[in-house]
Design a protein around this ligand. Structure first.
Ligand code: PNS
Length: 165
């Protein structure tokens, strides 16, 4: 029984995240998507909204749970009895941060391993930050996020007012 956690901010979930979710879902027995309640990062979407969108776009997967978490990822992994942390690597620019994070997590909790999946080439440029920026300027989101997420982004941007302040 291999249980993995795919952690992130998912603000919002993109096709790049879904690529990693679907591919890791094929490998493990249970996949827990851990959604960080990152108050410090001032997310665009509340954790409840991010969880709801993730549940909607992964509704066809049968070995998945979407769970919010706060605090250290290794503590969440221990609580969930997870064997693995999964992270996506898009480009060399991700590597330094991901290496530091996986080594720190390994120091904190030697029993939890991090496994990296390289993002499929068609999504290697994609990030939630880019998606939020495109949405803020009313751009076409269809190549980047599922329609259910695009709807929520358009709603959110329409309530942010002039200059999106
Ligand atoms: O989608 P993101 O923002 O790149 O995800 C980052 C995340 C949530 C994986 C990372 O910030 C995290 O694990 N935060 C929890 C706090 C923690 O455990 N920090 C120590 C690891 S260096």
């Amino acid at each position: 029984m291999l249980r993995a956690i795919y952690p992130g901010s998912f603000d919002p979930v993109t096709y790049g995240h879904m690529d990693i979710i679907e591919r890791s879902h094929n490998i493990v027995d249970e996949l827990i998507v851990g959604v960080l309640c990152n108050k410090a990062k001032m997310p665009l979407f509340s954790v409840e909204e991010r969880v709801k969108m993730l549940k909607e776009v992964t509704k066809d997967l049968n070995k998945i749970r979407i769970i919010p978490f706060d605090g250290l990822l290794v503590d969440f992994a221990a609580k969930m009895k997870a064997d693995l942390i999964i992270r996506g690597l898009r480009a060399i620019t991700d590597f330094e941060y991901e290496l530091q994070m996986s080594q720190t997590n390994h120091k904190l909790e030697p029993n939890v391993e991090t496994m990296f999946l390289t993002t499929s080439i068609e999504y290697s440029y994609l990030s939630s930050t880019t998606v939020r920026e495109i949405a803020a300027f009313g751009g076409d989101l269809s190549q980047f996020v599922p329609e259910a997420v695009a709807v929520e982004l358009r709603k959110k941007m329409s309530t942010k007012g002039e200059c999106n302040k």
